[in-house]
Design a protein around this ligand. Structure first.
Ligand code: SAM
Length: 230
């Protein structure tokens, strides 16, 4: 019998956590699956009525599949912002992409027509302060009447079921997508749980600066479109 105490795992560096998260994210769905998902969400959110030459920025754009979806829908003036050079590097398309922190957007006041976030704000470390910073930046950068579209995870009964399934070992073992989801959830647990744990406060903060066009919390997602008063 070995009586040597187990050596504790050294804490993972932030870069190692980020790389592991990015690897799981890329395993979760193929780019084509993600683009189709984004097109279907944009349809639901009313994109058909938005001008094709609107100046659109996808914030927290990651590897840019939301930008590909917007290109396929005919939008011609696209930009993306994300703080991961590794993910942005994977994007190749017509949008101009910038490595930056979405808490300080690299755009002048009142210079863009539509800002979009699809699953980024739940990564913010300090809530509600960082959310307030992002929202203040969105409002600053949008023109009066400009739109802000948000899709973020939301703790509905469906999401509770998905979490249960993702952490049910036989299910996780037999379905790689579920394992990738569980891995991402583990690696972003602190910010993810912080985000899911205060829905009323966060929703009030998101709605407050805007005239609300759409707002629903179903199937594990917040779906929101608001316009900057103008
Ligand atoms: C779930 S991914 C979103 C993926 C994206 N919608 C796509 O199409 O690939 C979250 C993204 O937010 C980025 N991110 C997290 N915090 C950020 C911040 N403060 N500023 C900019 N990007 C951030 C991460 O690098 C990651 O790409």
């Amino acid at each position: 019998m070995n009586s040597t105490p187990a050596t504790p795992e050294p804490p993972a560096s932030p870069d190692a956590v980020q790389s592991a998260w990015e690897a799981a994210y890329q395993r979760f769905e193929t780019p084509e699956q993600e683009i189709r998902k984004f097109i279907s969400r944009l349809n639901e959110m009313g994109q058909a009525a938005w001008p094709r030459d609107a100046r659109v920025v996808e914030i927290f754009c990651g590897r840019g599949n939301g930008l590909h979806a917007l290109t396929r829908l005919g939008f011609t003036r696209l930009e993306g912002v994300d703080y991961s050079p590794a993910l942005l590097h994977r994007y190749s398309g017509p949008a101009a992409c910038t490595v930056a922190d979405c808490r300080a957007l690299p755009f002048p006041d009142a210079s863009r027509d539509i800002l979009i976030v699809q699953g980024g704000m739940h990564h913010l470390p300090q809530l509600p302060e960082d959310l307030d910073r992002v929202l203040a930046e969105v409002v600053r950068v949008l023109v009066p009447g400009g739109r802000f579209m948000v899709i973020e995870p939301w703790l509905t009964p469906f999401l509770r079921f998905v979490h249960w399934a993702a952490f049910f070992p036989p299910a996780r073992k037999s379905w790689d997508k579920l394992d990738a989801l569980a891995t991402m959830t583990e690696l972003e647990r602190v910010t993810y749980e912080q985000w899911l744990g205060q829905p009323e406060l966060l929703l009030e903060r998101i709605r407050r600066p805007f005239e609300v066009e759409r707002c629903a919390t179903t199937w594990g997602k917040l779906r929101f479109v608001g316009r900057k008063p103008g």
